[in-house]
Every structure is written in structure tokens, then in C-alpha cells.
Ligand binder design. Structure first.
Ligand code: G
Ligand code: G
Ligand code: MN
Ligand code: NA
Length: 253
């Protein structure tokens, strides 16, 4: 069984799909957007999460092709929902550092967005801090170019890894995504609440918005609201949803 051969079939046979996890503003409970999460509907093994294949995919020749597929799939989906009368403010997509710094990323995204009639401001690019460490100057330049093109940027899993404050200051980032581990700790630790308050204050002083990940309970929501966090994402709002289920979710909201 060679995963790389199967990956070729996955692209050729259109076996990848996106699931969407809603994000909700704590100020007015409005849906501010969703994160697009990759899934592989494998003909024999069923629905696979990124953990089962993403490392191999990102080390393969398909790393670049995935970016094209991903951006087109997101834009096509936004357009499809729009035709149904469903307005989704913004969709975040995840890129690895090499995908971010690959040749012509910004022009590619703009071209695909234009092909689908999508305003670039409806797109957000998420990257993890750890992934940026190897070439921080290049990453910062691409993030700045994205911002210049009207595409917003998010730093994913903040607090889970390297988290150098020096990098935070140097990166043109609009949104800080507070790692699930901090949110989980809120359940049993007063110190966790202090940490969240500090992270939110830091983000705010740097002009960044905060999104807390992995919110599963009303208690966590209340703590995050008290800390001044802007947006939450997690099972308390919704699991990641297939496109049709996401449309139904938006129609209920
Ligand atoms: O969907 P799930 O929560 O299992 O996602 C696991 C991880 O895979 C997440 O941390 C997310 O950042 C990453 N991921 C999901 N979709 C994509 C994608 O389309 N491209 C990249 N590079 N990473 C993704
Ligand atoms: O980009 P990132 O790797 O953070 O992707 C989010 C991952 O976390 C996805 O795999 C998603 O299924 C998962 N997830 C999303 N919300 C929750 C949650 O509330 N609790 C837990 N345990 N996992 C979540
Ligand atoms: Mn993410
Ligand atoms: Na994350």
C-alpha cells in the first residue's frame, strides 16, 4: 500500500472534500465565518482526517497542487452558498509554511478568487507559528502581500509551540488563534484564565483579533467572553460540517 499512489487517485478521482467549522462572535453571537478543514473520502477506508495523510501529502509532489485545489474548492463553495442566498462572511484555509512561501501564492489566490467572483476579503489564510520559524523573513513578506491584496491572515495554534513574542511582533497577522490546550485548561485552572486574559490583552495591544479554538462548554465561553476574546470556534458551536450541513446551519442562525 503506497499512500503516494493513492494520493494521485485521490486528486484524479476528486476524493478530497472540505468540511467547515463555524466561528461565532462573542459580542453578538453572529457567525463571522468558518475554517475549511480537509477530508479525504477514501473509497476503501472511509472518511479520513488530515492526521491520516497530510504529512505524506505535504512531502509529496502534490503539495503545490493541494493549494490550487484548496483555494478553488473554497471559492467554488462560497459561490455555491451565495447562489443559495447564504452569505458566509469569511472562510479560513490552512497552509503549510512551504505552501505559503511557494512561488506566486498571492497571485494564484487572487486569480482563482476572481475566476469565481469572490472578494479576496472573504478569504483568510491560517499558518502555524512553528511552521514559519525556518524562514521567517520570507513568511512575513508573503503574509504582508496577502494583507496588501485584502486577504486576512491568522496565526494558528498560538501557544502550542514556539510562541516567540518577537516573531509575533514581526509577522503581519490579523488574527491570533488561541490553542485548544489553553481553552481546555480553563475548566480546572484559575491560572489558565489568567493566561487567556494575557494573550487577549497582548493580541489587542498588537491590533490583532482573537479566536479561541476547541471551545466545548458554556463555562469556557463565559471565561473567554470575560477575557475579552472576540470569536470562538469549537464543538460548543458546532463540529466541522459537510458543505450541505453547513448551509443548513447558516440558515438556522
Ligand atoms: O480537521 P482536523 O481538526 O482533524 O485538522 C487537523 C489539522 O490539519 C488542523 O490543525 C489543520 O490545521 C490541518 N489542516 C486541515 N485542513 C488542512 C488543509 O487543507 N491544508 C493544510 N495544510 N492543513 C490542514
Ligand atoms: O487547524 P487545527 O489543527 O486547529 O484544526 C482544528 C482541529 O480541532 C480539527 O481537527 C477539529 O476537528 C478539531 N476540533 C475542532 N473543535 C474542537 C473542539 O471543540 N474540541 C476538540 N477536542 N477538537 C476540536
Ligand atoms: Mn487551523
Ligand atoms: Na488550530
Amino acid at each position: 500500500l503506497d499512500l503516494r499512489i493513492e494520493l494521485r487517485e485521490a486528486f484524479a478521482g476528486n476524493q478530497f472534500e472540505l468540511h467547515f467549522q463555524p466561528q461565532m462572535a462573542l459580542s453578538d453571537a453572529s457567525i463571522t465565518g468558518a475554517e475549511a478543514l480537509l477530508r479525504w473520502r477514501h473509497p476503501a477506508r472511509g472518511l479520513l482526517s488530515p492526521a491520516a495523510f497530510l504529512d505524506v501529502l505535504l512531502e509529496s509532489a502534490y503539495e503545490g497542487l493541494l493549494v490550487d485545489w484548496l483555494v478553488a474548492a473554497v471559492c467554488q463553495q462560497i459561490d455555491g452558498w451565495r447562489r443559495m442566498g447564504i452569505r458566509v462572511p469569511r472562510i479560513s484555509l490552512n497552509l503549510s509554511a512551504r505552501q505559503l512561501t511557494g512561488a506566486g501564492l498571492v497571485d494564484k489566490i487572487l486569480r482563482i478568487a476572481q475566476e469565481h467572483g469572490i472578494d479576496p476579503a472573504m478569504l483568510d489564510v491560517e499558518v502555524t507559528e512553528d511552521s514559519l520559524v525556518s524562514d521567517i523573513e520570507k513568511a512575513a513578506a508573503v503574509l504582508a502581500a496577502l494583507n496588501g491584496a485584502g486577504i486576512s491572515t491568522s496565526l494558528d495554534d498560538f501557544g502550542s509551540g514556539y510562541s516567540s513574542l518577537g516573531y509575533l511582533v514581526r509577522l503581519p497577522i490579523d488574527t491570533l488563534k488561541i490553542d485548544r490546550s489553553f481553552v481546555l485548561a480553563l475548566l480546572d485552572s484559575a491560572k489558565a484564565a489568567a493566561v487567556i486574559q494575557g494573550v487577549v490583552a497582548l493580541a489587542r495591544s498588537l491590533g490583532m483579533r482573537t479566536v479561541a479554538e476547541g471551545v466545548e462548554t458554556e463555562g469556557q465561553l463565559a471565561e473567554l467572553k470575560a477575557a475579552g476574546c472576540d470569536v470562538i470556534q469549537g464543538y460548543f458551536i458546532s463540529r466541522p460540517l459537510e458543505a450541505t450541513a453547513f448551509a443548513a446551519f447558516m440558515q438556522r442562525m
